[in-house]
Ligand binder design. Structure first.
Ligand code: CA
Length: 242
């Protein structure tokens, strides 16, 4: 689940990003309306958290432009100041899916984000059903993004938030080889550094939970390229060998 946070208060964005990443979301940040609009229309986001007060183009302006763009169906949660009732009404009229009044508790933000994700499933993202999918599966592996639950053969795999995000990404793009660089950027928001083996370590832990206890491996290493999640045909067996 990839979120875009558009807010100019640096400390608040850092705090929110840290919390949302810990919840397993991948988060991009823009500190101005114009930058935010650019990212929103160029990137693929499941949800945009948009502040009303921004230095260049305000939240309402961003929202109106977004609703005219090719990403018009992306869910938007607006943040508004307590005194700005009128802005809130205008925001909803302009197509915000929900709003949250500042100051708010972090847990309330997370609850709204999950609620919005749930609401947007049935509606579907026009022309891009994958972006709105909240459950994915491959063979006996099932992921539910709303419950943050991964199951294999009916058993809860008990993944950490990062492991869940990593597996979600691999499953969403099953059959496609994802490089370490890409995984490092998408899951950890860091630029790949060859000294860092964070991706390999996480993959090993993930395998220990989702593949090792089961008969059929789904997560494969493609030497020199990266990792792919797919169901491969069983290799021919010579009778006695296990
Ligand atoms: Ca602001």
């Amino acid at each position: 689940m990839k979120l875009l946070l558009i807010e100019d208060e640096i400390k608040l964005t850092q705090y929110l990003k840290k919390g949302l990443v810990a919840e397993g979301f991948v988060v991009d940040i823009a500190h101005s309306g114009i930058d935010g609009l650019h990212l929103a229309t160029e990137g693929q986001y499941d949800l945009i958290i948009l502040d009303g007060m921004l230095p260049d183009l305000d939240g309402l302006g961003v929202l109106q432009a977004l609703r005219q763009s090719n990403k018009k169906s992306t869910a938007v949660l607006m943040l508004t100041a307590r005194s700005m009732v009128e802005d809130r009404v205008k925001g909803l009229q302009a197509g915000a899916d929900d709003y949250l009044t500042k100051p708010f508790a972090f847990s309330e933000l997370v609850a709204r984000v999950h609620a919005l994700m749930r609401r947007t499933i049935g509606v579907g993202n026009n022309g891009n059903p994958q972006a709105a999918a909240t459950s994915l599966s491959l063979a006996d592996l099932e992921l539910d993004a709303l419950k943050r639950q991964a199951r294999r053969a009916g058993q809860d795999l008990r993944l950490t938030a990062k492991e869940f995000t990593l597996l979600w990404l691999l499953l969403r793009r099953k059959g496609e080889v994802l490089s370490r660089t890409e995984l490092a950027e998408l899951v950890w928001d860091m630029h790949f550094d060859s000294e860092t083996n964070v991706v390999d370590v996480a993959i090993r832990r993930l395998r220990g939970k989702m593949d090792d206890p089961f008969n059929t491996p789904l997560l494969h290493t493609v030497r020199g390229m990266g990792y792919v999640l797919e169901l491969r045909p069983e290799p021919p067996q010579d009778g006695n060998e296990s």
